[in-house]
Design a protein around this ligand. Structure first.
Ligand code: SF4
Ligand code: SF4
Length: 124
């Protein structure tokens, strides 16, 4: 059976999901990042990730943003897109799991309310 048609369009979104504080990575994700950047896995682990939750979870590092508080360090904040799309972690491939994205539904509703096709909540 074909996958249900997506009811969201990431190209019209400021990348809310890339602003999640904890974007978790696995050992496989770190290995993929290491291959992508041509560095050792230990270097990729240190350079691109950090431990949170008392050392129980490994997540992507962040940087300051002008729409959200911070975003993943691999997010292009002007173009609002992933700069390592082919090498992105598994969790980024799976998100939002369903055919709908709750943030995108909210965004469309706000744009309709504001009468502004480009309205982005949180943008100055
Ligand atoms: S929040 Fe939803 S619509 Fe926006 S980039 Fe993420 S998955 Fe795409
Ligand atoms: S790796 Fe790419 S898709 Fe995943 S959070 Fe970072 S910018 Fe977004």
């Amino acid at each position: 059976m074909p996958a249900p048609k997506r009811k969201y369009d990431c190209t019209k979104c400021p990348g809310y999901c890339c602003s999640y504080d904890w974007i978790e990575v696995t050992a496989r994700d770190v290995a993929r990042l290491a291959r992508h950047f041509g560095v050792a896995e230990a270097v990729a682990r240190e350079r691109f990730t950090k431990l949170v939750d008392d050392g129980k979870r490994r997540v992507l590092r962040h940087k300051q943003d002008h729409v959200f508080k911070t975003t993943c360090m691999f997010f292009d904040q002007d173009e609002r897109r992933c700069t390592i799309y082919a090498a992105r972690p598994g969790v980024c491939r799976e998100y939002p799991v369903t055919a709908r994205c709750g943030y995108y539904d909210f965004l469309l509703w706000e744009r309709d309310q504001q009468g502004d096709e480009e309205f982005i909540p949180g943008h100055p």
